[in-house]
Ligand binder design. Structure first.
Ligand code: NAD
Ligand code: DAO
Ligand code: ZN
Length: 369
């Protein structure tokens, strides 16, 4: 079949929308019509050429919602008409990692997904006979996409499709980082570095966890009003201070934070986020994705004296078994998705969405097909 898709031909080149050839779903695969997709910083990062798994030409996009159109042989868990969220971390109940109960990092299709192809080693997308790579196993910047069955989460049809794409990455990542990875307790102090959609969701997660103090940190103060409205008790711009931000935060909190989160992808800020933790027990969770070859550093004495550095992917959420329940939480009103959506636009305007995110002028742009 043909599908209109935004092709990323090479790093740093605007996407080009073309009629692309898409092969139908093979055994164990699902054809999904994407209704909306939103733009996450990770798409921007991959287009920048700094992603070691970034392969070109490809079809980017991983934060989306859609409707199952067709299923391949042997697919039993979803059927045409089901509403689904694509998962860039699949969940195969037979995977040893999933069976361990210790992680959401399912490895069943890791090698092929990282190589930009479907589990059988081939791509479903091509343009004028040239192969296009899949991206993160999802490739949602296309009206239609094909995914492995283990890479879709079936959700309640009541969830508004014009907004539900945000449940495909930012919200589960931020809330999950607080809830599943850091396991923030009521009364804790929390600092969130980076107030994009992921950081905002971490703030919302901290509120849900009952944190008593929530400090949002960003070099762009236009993010502060939204952070405050979501529950940040204080907002700090590191550029307003002569001292390093970790020293500012330690002073503000009389010794440091119980929990910190880095949602930027900057290795220097990752260090500051660790060093802002309270001696003896403070824990820093890395959410941001740093560029190819970058490394983090601190004095080991920071760890010897009880601070902890950990990381999280998709907030530790197991997509098929836990994401549908998070959608229910949204529908019950436990948290809101609307504040994250600053722009709605057509597929043809996708490069505008990249510009807005790059300039820090959007939280999430939702792209409608
Ligand atoms: P975003 O671009 O919307 O937000 C990043 C924010 O960081 C911006 O508000 C920006 O002003 C701020 N910032 C930049 N440099 C800063 C600095 N030096 N100090 C303080 N603030 C600074 O991005 P997003 O979509 O919210 O994603 C955030 C990060 O999380 C990215 O690195 C993305 O790749 C990563 N991510 C990780 C996961 C995961 O599963 N671990 C999932 C989604 C996104
Ligand atoms: O299992 O080795 C693995 C990797 C799984 C993919 C993890 C991706 C996490 C962060 C990328 C940003 C998501 C938008
Ligand atoms: Zn994302």
């Amino acid at each position: 079949m043909k599908t209109r898709a935004a092709i990323a031909w090479e790093p740093n080149r605007p996407l080009e929308i073309e009629e692309v050839d898409l092969e139908g779903p093979k055994a164990g695969e699902v054809l999904v019509r994407i209704v909306t997709t939103s733009l996450c910083h990770t798409d921007l990062f991959t287009l920048s050429g700094r992603d070691p798994e970034g392969l070109f030409p490809c079809i980017l996009g991983h934060e989306a919602v859609g409707i199952v159109e067709d299923v391949g042989r042997g697919v039993t868990s979803v059927a045409p008409g089901d509403h689904v969220i694509p998962l860039y971390i699949p969940e195969d109940p037979n995977c040893d990692y999933i069976k361990s109960g210790k992680t959401n990092l399912c490895q069943t299709i890791r090698k092929t997904q990282g190589a930009g192809v479907m589990p059988d080693g081939t791509s479903r997308f091509s343009y004028k006979g040239r192969k296009l790579f899949h991206y993160m196993g999802t490739s949602t910047f296309s009206e239609y996409t094909v995914l492995p069955e283990i890479s879709v989460a079936k959700i309640n049809k009541e969830a508004p499709l014009a907004k539900a794409s945000i449940m495909g990455c930012a919200i589960p990542t931020g809330i999950g980082a607080v809830r599943n990875t850091a396991k923030v307790e009521p009364g804790s102090s929390v600092a969130v570095f980076g107030l994009g959609a992921v950081g905002m969701a971490a703030i919302q997660g901290a509120v849900l966890a009952g944190a008593s103090r929530i400090i949002g940190i960003d070099t762009n103060p236009t993010k502060f009003p939204l952070a405050r409205s979501l529950g940040a008790t204080d907002c700090v711009n590191p550029r307003d201070h002569a001292q390093p931000i970790q020293d500012v935060l330690i002073e503000m909190t009389n010794g440091g934070l119980d929990y910190t989160f880095e949602a930027i992808g900057n290795v220097n800020v990752m260090r500051a986020a660790l060093e802002a933790c309270h001696k003896g027990w403070g824990e820093c969770t890395i959410i941001g994705v740093a560029g190819d070859g970058e490394e983090i550093a601190t004095r080991p004495f920071q760890l010897v004296t009880g601070r902890v550095w950990r990381g999280t992917a998709f907030g530790g959420v197991r997509g098929r078994s836990q994401l549908p329940d998070m959608v229910e939480e949204w529908l019950r009103g436990d948290f809101d998705v609307d504040p994250y959506i600053t722009h709605h636009m057509e597929h043809e305007q996708i490069n505008t969405a990249f510009d807005l995110l790059h300039k820090g002028e959007s939280i999430r742009s939702v792209i409608h097909f």
